[in-house]
Design a protein around this ligand. Structure first.
Ligand code: ZN
Ligand code: FE
Length: 257
């Protein structure tokens, strides 16, 4: 039986430890200190490192972890991460025999060129780094709107109960923007209340689920006529063409406060 431990880091990052009570794989260790502390607190030995993309808040802790645990480093083939020992791309499987875990690799370019996600069908887990967020999506640092749409479309086809382990607690800010886009979305209203109460109690809003994201996340809902309508009313776009709608949403979110 595997579990996922949430390890907060920096301001708003989540690092993930997948473990069986004895051994663990870490996803996106931007910082080694909180991971080493969590391993010690829970009596876990590190068996593998899994990386989604090259940004420092996702890979910064790798050298210090390798110094303590000489383990394989799984990561994207195309994102230029020097420490990766098992390069992966779409269709590959990340196998961690110590945990009896095999995760499917999905290419999700957009935030970075080579960004990948890890999907465990047995456990209904998706580790998607900075691609799909609870209520939002990652910024387009290296990719195009077309690429991000294609990446998010792939994730949206996963079963509704799939749990979304994204790498940041951005949920309330994302949902405030979502509410600007879809003020009449009833499920969004109730989600905002629910997530706000979690934050009031200091509880993470992550993981989310694919089902909840499809019902409330504007970056999965840009094909809804109401969303295009809203942007056209504001004079932000003149056509309801889906990629144009997505691109306009992403642009607006970049400056939304
Ligand atoms: Zn990033
Ligand atoms: Fe990040």
């Amino acid at each position: 039986m595997l579990n996922v431990l949430t390890v907060p880091a920096f301001q708003d990052n989540y690092l993930w430890l997948i473990h069986d009570g004895a051994r663990a794989a870490v996803v996106d260790p931007g910082d080694a200190a909180p991971i080493l502390a969590a391993l010690a607190d829970n009596g876990l030995a590190l068996a593998a490192i899994l990386l989604t993309h090259h940004h420092a808040d996702h890979v910064g802790g790798v050298p210090a972890l390798l110094a303590r645990f000489p383990v394989p480093v799984f990561g994207p083939r195309g994102d230029g991460i020097a420490q990766v020992t098992v390069p992966l791309g779409e269709g590959d499987t990340a196998r961690i025999p110590e945990l009896g875990l095999a995760m499917q690799v999905i290419d999700v370019p957009g935030h970075t060129r080579g960004h990948i996600a890890y999907y465990s069908p047995e456990n209904h887990w998706l580790f998607c780094g900075d691609t799909l967020f609870a209520g939002g999506c990652g910024r387009l640092f290296e990719g195009t709107p077309e690429q991000m749409v294609n990446s998010l479309d792939k994730l949206a086809t996963l079963p509704e109960q799939t749990q979304i382990f994204c790498a940041h607690e951005y949920t309330l800010a994302n949902l405030r923007f979502a509410n600007e886009i879809e003020p009449d979305n009833i499920q969004l209203k109730s989600r905002i209340r629910h997530e706000q109460s979690k934050r009031d109690q200091g509880t993470p809003t992550v993981p989310s689920t694919i089902g909840l994201e499809k019902a409330t996340n504007p970056f999965l809902r840009f094909r809804e006529p109401d969303v295009a309508e809203r942007l056209m009313q504001r004079g932000i776009i003149s056509t309801g063409e889906p990629i144009a709608v997505f691109a306009a949403l992403r642009e607006w979110k970049n400056s939304y406060r």
